[in-house]
Design a protein around this ligand. Structure first.
Ligand code: ZN
Length: 256
C-alpha cells in the first residue's frame, strides 16, 4: 500500500518499521512510500514511526498504527512418488547456498530509487498458481508460494517490470534460469524458470525491456513464469504492487 506524508516546509521524511528504515520519496511537494508486509506476517498491530525534518531545522515524529489482517491463502494437496521428492545431500547444500545468495540480496537496499509508477506484468498470461498458495505434498506442508506463476508458452518474451539493475543471473536448482532486478530503495522483482537470458548481470534495464524468454528450467512440470516481489525484505503479492503503482498512473492521466 502507498503511504503519503505532506506538510509545510518538509525537507526529509523517514519511516521505521520494527527499527528497519523505510525510505520515503519526494514527489510533487509530498513524500510517499510503498509498504508491504510479508505473506507470513501474523495478524495484529504494527507501528510505523515517521520522522520528518523541515527546512528550518524543526523535527517532528509521528507513530502510525497499522493493522495487519489475517488472510487465508488457498491450499493444494499433492501426492508424488517418494523417489520424485528425494533430494540428496549435495543438492541440499546447493539449495541452501542458493537461498543464502538470494537472502543476501534482500538484506541490501540501494539508496537510489530507479522505479517509476506503474509497474507492469512481465508476461500477459493468467495466473496458474496464486501468491501464498500452500502446497501440502504427501501430507507435509511446504513453504508458501512466494510469487505468482503466470501462464505462458515456451519462448514467450519476458519484460522487465520496471527500471532497475540486474543483480542476479544464475541457474538455480528450484528456480532454474533466474533473474533478479533491483529497482532501488529495497524493491526487487524476480523471474524464474527462464529458457533464455537476454540480459547480463549488472546491466541497467528499462521498464518493458526484453530480459529473457519463458522456459521450464529448474523444478517445474511445465513452462511458466514465476514472478516474485520483495519489498524491504517482505514477500508481497506482485499484483498488489501493480495495483498500488497503477492507481497513481490513473489519477495522473485523469488530471491531463
Ligand atoms: Zn512459482
Amino acid at each position: 500500500m502507498e503511504i503519503q506524508v505532506s506538510g509545510e516546509g518538509l525537507q526529509t521524511v523517514k519511516g521505521f518499521l520494527r527499527r528497519q528504515e523505510i525510505p520515503f520519496f519526494a514527489e510533487r511537494g509530498r513524500f510517499f512510500t510503498l509498504l508491504g508486509v510479508d505473506l507470513e506476517e501474523k495478524a495484529g498491530a504494527l507501528e510505523l514511526l515517521i520522522r520528518g525534518r523541515a527546512r528550518n531545522g524543526e523535527r517532528g515524529e509521528k507513530a502510525v498504527a497499522l493493522g495487519v489482517k489475517e488472510k487465508t491463502f488457498p491450499q493444494e494437496k499433492l501426492s508424488v512418488p517418494a523417489s520424485f521428492d528425494r533430494i540428496d545431500e549435495a543438492t541440499q547444500r546447493r539449495i541452501e547456498r542458493e537461498q543464502q545468495q538470494l537472502n543476501r540480496i534482500w538484506a541490501t537496499s540501494s539508496l537510489q530509487r530507479w522505479w517509476e509508477s506503474p509497474f507492469l506484468a512481465p508476461v500477459s498470461g493468467g495466473v496458474t498458481a496464486p501468491f501464498g498458495l500452500r502446497r501440502v505434498v504427501n501430507g507435509l506442508p511446504r513453504s508458501p508460494h512466494g510469487g505468482v506463476d503466470l501462464k505462458a508458452s515456451l519462448g514467450t518474451e519476458i519484460l522487465a517490470a520496471n527500471h532497475g539493475q540486474v543483480v542476479l543471473r544464475e541457474e538455480f536448482f528450484f528456480g532454474g534460469k533466474s533473474i533478479v532486478i533491483d529497482h532501488g530503495s529495497g524493491l526487487y522483482t524476480m523471474y524464474f524458470h527462464l529458457d533464455e537470458f537476454h540480459v547480463g548481470k549488472d546491466t541497467q534495464v528499462r521498464r518493458g525491456e526484453l530480459i529473457g524468454r519463458v522456459g521450464m528450467t529448474g523444478r517445474v512440470t511445465g513452462p511458466h513464469l514465476h514472478w516474485g516481489v520483495r519489498l524491504n525484505g517482505a514477500r508481497v503479492d506482485p499484483f498488489e504492487l501493480l495495483e498500488a503503482t497503477g492507481r497513481e498512473q490513473k489519477a495522473e492521466s485523469s488530471r491531463q
